[in-house]
Each structure stands twice: as structure tokens, then as C-alpha cells.
Write a protein of this length. Structure first.
Length: 470
């Protein structure tokens, strides 16, 4: 049969629209979308037939269309299993929210809320009122406001307090955070001149004192959250720096980055300066993130002396950087959990995950190993290993937490098979993201709480070879 004859056998879009499978697809995806996908599928068949192929049976055509519709309809912002071993992974969305925060955010999405409305007086209220008292109680600050993220907090503070003037920063603290946040660039955009003092490894009190002049607007201290300078080093502590600033009537701004509200030593980690400590040390303004160690949604806190917070709130930039009701609700509920420190590690996922004992994770790894072995159908070797988790998001950059997990190693360390295995894991209905290390795919189980879901998901694993073709 020649191609022209076979082309006449291809069904029309109208023929297909009458089929039960397609009627069902219209219910799910809408008529317009279904028609468009059917056209696409039929075009492909036409091309294949011209090249000598056969016309597939009707049910195969419908199945192809439904598969294409499902693939198109899948969100790219999908939930996944973070088995990278980095608890606060910036590229995987940082902190997981507490149930209380999720409930509060959901309620704020579904209903009207008293966002800028004072229920007592019936008059206009302020967005910041929902957090101010709670933040001040937990940190010892006089006043507080919150914006989109900590980068926005730094930008807003610098612009409000020192635009057209200079800020003094140690050369050891001119950090770059991933995603193009570089302190010198932020300062430039905030309209503040950068005055660098000291050297990369050593900055002295006299370096700051000598740099203060008529154009100085503030002194900025930046927590070197994602790196450490070790060896022959010297930095001026927050308390001494506050004294130097105040001698000359200047504010000290301390960008803490992660900004933990609890002492991490109680979780067996090393000490990270807390927000309360930064306030107690005399900083006039302290900034920190909402979705790092604090364990809430993305946000940037600006806390400190009322007079400065008032100036910050009057800056029109504040309006452009403010947070919405959903995040305010989640932040408030998250902060409330800190009132009961004894149950924090139970209720706040970030703390719960960081606090998981290695022995628990080892047991989980031993339980899962045979099931994972089954899912990979013996194509790779599965073993239980000890490994080290990281906090992530630039908190305690050198600290690791003893953890455990599974190592999936292809025979003879085949790099191609390893890449295919990682791809197959990413193509699961709920993608599984591990890390590749020394010829194996490592799944650090510290952040795996839904074990049943993980096992059910894994049953859908294609063999690595199949996975690579999709
Ligand atoms: C993470 C970090 C920032 C940026 O905070 P985002 O909330 O990610 O915008 C700024 N400064 C320091 C020191 C940080 O660690």
C-alpha cells in the first residue's frame, strides 16, 4: 500500500473527539487543550506514515495523546524527596514549614483576614502589628518589620539609613551568597558608598576608627555565614564594633544571614550567633532570613531600635518589598512555636530534621535497603552507609551532622549508568534527589520522613536504561 492510501486511514480530530477516552480527557484537561494535543499527535503520525510507517490503532493514538496531556499538565514546581543531605537546600526551597504555619497560611488564603485592620478599634491597622510584639519578645529588640527576604532587608536598611553616604565594612566580610547577592553590589544599588577596611584575614578596631569621616552613614557587620577564614585572623566583635559606632553617633547594622532564634548547641551543633545575642551586643539594626534556620517561609526580618525602624518604614522602597498575608500568617505561626522551646524540635521541621539521631537514620536505611534493591532490579549495588549532612543556606558552613543513607553503585563504577540512575530517580512521580559522590548515588535519609510514600513512589522506577530515554 502506498503512503497516500495509508494517509487516508489516519483518523480526523473529529473522529477522535467521539471516543470515550478522549471525552474523558476533555473532562480533565479542557476541550481546547485536548484538540491542540490531538492535532500534534496526528501531525506526528502523518510524518511517520510519509516515511513509511503504519497508522497506529485508535487506542494507541488516544493513549499517546493522554500521555502528552499529562506530561504538559505536570507542574515543574513539583514536590520531591530531598535526599541531598543538605537540610536547608536553597535550590530545593529551603525550610519546610511547620503544620501550624501551613494551617495559618491556608486560612489566610481562603478567607479575608484583618491584614491592615485593627479589630479592637475598627480602624486601619498595620501589617507589621501581627509580628512586632512576638519578634520583640523573642529577640529583645525594640521594634521590628519584615520584607520579602534578607537580601531585600539589607538593601532597604542601607538605603533608608545611609543613601548618599558611606558604609564601612571589613574586607573579610564582603560576602557573596549564591544567586548574585554580593554585598558590594547590593551596597551600590542601595545608593550607599562602600568603604572597605582591614584585609581579608585581619581587621582591627583602629581600621574602623580611622575610616570614620563626615560622610560615614553607618557601620555594617556581615556574618560570614557561608565561609570561614581560618588561621592568622582577627575580626572586631559585635560588642566592640557597636561601641566604636556609638562613640561617633553612627548606627551599627548587623546582617546575620541565617539568624537563629535558638542556641544550636542544644541540638549538638556548634554555636551560631543568635538574634538575641546580636541585639544584646548593641547592634542598632539586625537583619536575618525567615527560611533559613528560623524554619519559616521566605522573608527578611529587620529588627532593632524604633527610631531606625520608623525611618525604614517611611522609605517608599518598603512598600515594594513588603510581604503578603500568606507569608505573614505563616511567619506568625512559626514564631509562636518558639514560645515553647521544649517542643520546638518536634514541631518545627528544620529543627526536627537537624536533630534526628544518626542511629535512627541508620535503622531507616537498613529497613529501606532491600526495598530499594528490589526497585532497581539488581542493576546497581545498594549498601547502607554513614554519611554527613549539612545545614545548608550558609549556616555553619563547615559543620556537618553525622547521618546515614544508601549508596547506589553501578557495577564497575560506570559513569554513564550512574547518570542514568540519577535521571531515573529524577523522573519518578515524586522525584528523588540525591548526590553523586565517589562513583555512587548517595541518598542521605536525614530528611526522609514519609517512608511509606517513598517506597510506593520507588515502585514506579523505570530501569535506568528506560529512564534515560524520557
Ligand atoms: C542568606 C544571606 C543573605 C540573603 O538572605 P535571603 O533571605 O536569601 O535573601 C544575606 N546575608 C547573609 C549573611 C546571608 O547568609
Amino acid at each position: 500500500m502506498d503512503a497516500n492510501v495509508r494517509l487516508r486511514d489516519i483518523p480526523s480530530v473529529d473522529d477522535l473527539l467521539r471516543l470515550a477516552g478522549v471525552v474523558e480527557a476533555i473532562e480533565r484537561f479542557g476541550r481546547l487543550t485536548v484538540v491542540e494535543v490531538l492535532r500534534r499527535v496526528l501531525d506526528r503520525i502523518r510524518d511517520a506514515v510519509r516515511e513509511g510507517g503504519d497508522v497506529p490503532p485508535l487506542d494507541a493514538i488516544v493513549a499517546a495523546a493522554v500521555a502528552a496531556l499529562e506530561a504538559d499538565n505536570r507542574s515543574t514546581l513539583r514536590p520531591l524527596f530531598n535526599l541531598t543531605g543538605t537540610v536547608l537546600h536553597t535550590n530545593l526551597g529551603r525550610a519546610l514549614l511547620a503544620e501550624a504555619a501551613i494551617d495559618a497560611a491556608t486560612a489566610a488564603m481562603r478567607e479575608a483576614v484583618a491584614l491592615e485592620f485593627d479589630l479592637k478599634s475598627g480602624k486601619r491597622g498595620e501589617r507589621d502589628d501581627h509580628l512586632r510584639a512576638l519578634v520583640c519578645e523573642l529577640t529583645g529588640a525594640e521594634d521590628a518589620t519584615v520584607v520579602n527576604n534578607n537580601a531585600a532587608a539589607v538593601l532597604l536598611v542601607l538605603n533608608s539609613l545611609a543613601a548618599g553616604r558611606e558604609a564601612i565594612v571589613s574586607r573579610g566580610e564582603l560576602i557573596e551568597i549564591g544567586g548574585a547577592f554580593r554585598m558590594p553590589d547590593i551596597m551600590l544599588r542601595s545608593g550607599v558608598g562602600l568603604v572597605e577596611v582591614g584585609t581579608t584575614n585581619r581587621t582591627h578596631a583602629r581600621d574602623y576608627r580611622d575610616a570614620i569621616g563626615p560622610d560615614t552613614g553607618l557601620i555594617l557587620k556581615v556574618h560570614t555565614s557561608n565561609y570561614r577564614i581560618e588561621g592568622f585572623t582577627k575580626e572586631v566583635g559585635a560588642r566592640e564594633l557597636a561601641a566604636i559606632a556609638h562613640e561617633r553617633g553612627l548606627p551599627l547594622v548587623n546582617d546575620l544571614g541565617s539568624g537563629t532564634l535558638t542556641d544550636l548547641e542544644s541540638f549538638g551543633l556548634s554555636h551560631e550567633p543568635t538574634v538575641s545575642e546580636a541585639i544584646a551586643a548593641g547592634a542598632d539594626i539586625v537583619t536575618f532570613s525567615g527560611d533559613k534556620l528560623l524554619g519559616g517561609p521566605q522573608a527578611g526580618f529587620v529588627i532593632g531600635r524604633s527610631a531606625f525602624i520608623e525611618r525604614i518604614n517611611r522609605n517608599p522602597m518598603k512598600r515594594a518589598l513588603r510581604v503578603d498575608k500568606i507569608r505573614l500568617a505563616a511567619l506568625e505561626a512559626t514564631l509562636r512555636l518558639y514560645r515553647d522551646p521544649d517542643r520546638l524540635s518536634e514541631r518545627l521541621p528544620t529543627m526536627r530534621l537537624l536533630a534526628r539521631p544518626q542511629a535512627d537514620i541508620r535503622q531507616q536505611a537498613a529497613r529501606l535497603a532491600p526495598l530499594v534493591e528490589q526497585a532497581v532490579k539488581g542493576t546497581v549495588h545498594v549498601s547502607v552507609i554513614d554519611c554527613a549532612s549539612q545545614i545548608g543556606s550558609g549556616a555553619l558552613p563547615l559543620a556537618t551532622v553525622p547521618s546515614a543513607g544508601l549508596a547506589l553503585a553501578p557495577p564497575s563504577g560506570s559513569g554513564r549508568m550512574l547518570a542514568e540512575l540519577a535521571a531515573a530517580m529524577r523522573h519518578l512521580p515524586m522525584p528523588v534527589i540525591g548526590r553523586i559522590e565517589r562513583g555512587a548515588l548517595i541518598l542521605d535519609l536525614r530528611c526522609l520522613e514519609d517512608e511509606v510514600g517513598f517506597v510506593a513512589n520507588l515502585a514506579r522506577l523505570c530501569s535506568p536504561a528506560e529512564g534515560s530515554s524520557s
